[in-house]
Design a protein around this ligand. Structure first.
Ligand SMILES: [Mn+2]
Length: 440
């Protein structure tokens, strides 16, 4: 768990990003309710957590750089009965003491307090759509701010999308985040290794998912970072396959895309390996093509490399392999220029990762691809997917979906692979699969 000084340092970042007269208002998701009154695990919205450290639902943060108060929190009041049912609340006093708020109010005061707190601001950053109830409260407050200006002819406070600000603050990871991301990556890596040991003909995808769950929670993770994909055979060619309810059959490949959330930080790993522990000749050829693309792409990661160059590297490598394996017959130049590779490689090379598995942050700056910087984190996940019904592809590859994914930190002069502990070279995978799982 991070100390309150870490969150204070992150709020300092806002002062560099925001201009004088700006205000940023951050709200969370409403608590999840299903089956009428059955609360699901509440997980704070990532940006609100990033700047406050507050894990409670119904929290709102207002930050006005240079103003007094600069940092205001709105949150639930202390309530002995409610706390008996649902647990501790910071309350107004706790917000100042534990979360270092300059000022705090009960969240029911939000509508009333936004008027005095926003009337001298020039513009407001806010993310619409997270919580419709909050949206209407905020918009009503803005209308009152406009009305309070009387016959000045001034309009409603201009509203800007807060995600641009929060994304830019979050895209360069601080030391504490890098440590948590390493830990998240290690836990997920150990889980993938156990899944490899455990997998054999006759196991179900769901049983393998169970191994991942056990390894995540047993190692101290809080949850999945996203619903895991455990897909055998043709299921692996469905990019967002989520049923995980089929039997693992002899001769099939298994694709696992799974990561955990450790103290709010996500990992995201994909590995593909044969159910029976031995790659066939055809599986080897397709697998090596994806592995080659992944290794070549990771190799160019360093400060200054453009995100688009990372993307192009993967496209070049996979396109050359599609030609070489005679999956596509056009020239490599045509495969690239006509985007023919998209039939078998339909997604992008990766995404930012951090508090969210698909983390905030721009990929383009003024329409230009952005250079990587020290402290950024991204996934590298090339793949090739040949559906069983694709009669254009050579028969030996049909029904195979292969993706290999690692989480990469951009360092001062290169990169660090946070999830390298899971093997991806064929001999290492086969050796690990020959070991027996303690869960088998
Ligand atoms: Mn991913």
């Amino acid at each position: 768990m991070l100390g309150k000084e870490v969150f204070a340092r992150r709020r300092e970042k806002l002062k560099n990003i925001l201009k004088e007269g700006d205000a940023i208002l951050l709200v969370g998701h409403p608590a999840a309710i299903r089956n009428n009154d059955n609360h699901h695990l509440f997980r704070q919205e990532s940006s609100l957590y990033y700047f406050t450290g507050c894990k409670e639902e119904n929290t709102v943060m207002l930050f006005r750089p240079g103003m007094t108060p600069e940092y205001t929190l709105f949150l639930r009041p202390k309530d002995a009965i409610a706390e008996l049912w649902d647990g501790y609340r910071h309350g107004v006093e706790g917000a100042k003491r534990d979360l270092l708020a300059d000022e705090a109010y009960e969240v029911s005061m939000l509508g009333k307090m936004l008027l005095p707190l926003l009337k001298d601001s020039n513009r407001l950053y806010y993310q619409l759509g997270l919580d419709p109830k909050m949206d209407s409260d905020v918009l009503a407050a803005l209308e009152r701010v406009r009305a309070a200006k009387g016959r000045t002819g001034l309009g409603i406070l201009p509203l800007y999308d807060a995600t641009e600000i929060t994304g830019e603050a979050r895209i360069i990871k601080d030391e504490e985040e890098i440590d948590l991301m390493r830990k998240s990556g290690q836990i997920a890596a150990e889980a993938h290794k156990e899944a490899m040991r455990f997998t054999e003909v006759g196991k179900t995808e769901k049983q393998i998912q169970g191994v991942l769950s056990f390894k995540f929670l047993n190692a101290g993770a809080d949850d999945y970072a996203y619903h895991p994909i455990v897909g055998t055979g043709n299921n692996a060619t469905v990019l967002h396959y989520r049923d995980n309810d089929k039997l693992c059959k002899d001769g099939d490949l298994l694709l696992i895309d799974a990561g955990c959330e450790y103290d709010f930080y996500a990992s995201d790993i994909t590995r593909t390996f044969p159910v029976n522990g031995k790659f066939t000749a055809a599986q080897t050829k397709l697998y090596q093509a994806v592995l080659k693309a992944q290794l070549e792409t990771i190799e160019i990661i360093k400060p200054g490399t453009l995100f688009s160059e990372v993307q192009e590297k993967a496209i070049e490598s996979l396109s050359a392999s599609l030609k070489e394996l005679e999956i596509l017959e056009e020239s490599v130049e045509e495969i690239i220029s006509q985007k023919l590779y998209r039939k078998y490689y339909p997604h992008n090379i990766g995404h930012w990762i951090g508090l969210d598995v698909h983390d905030r942050g721009k990929y383009l700056i003024q329409q230009e691809s952005r250079p990587l910087e020290e402290g950024m984190m991204l996934t590298i996940e090339p793949g090739l997917y040949i559906p069983e019904g694709d009669m254009d592809a050579p028969a030996e590859y049909r029904g195979m979906g292969i993706r290999i994914e690692d989480d990469i930190l951009v360092t001062k002069d290169g990169y660090e692979n946070l999830t390298k502990d899971v093997p991806k070279e064929i001999p290492e995978i086969e050796a690990l699969m020959a070991e027996k799982s303690f869960l088998a």
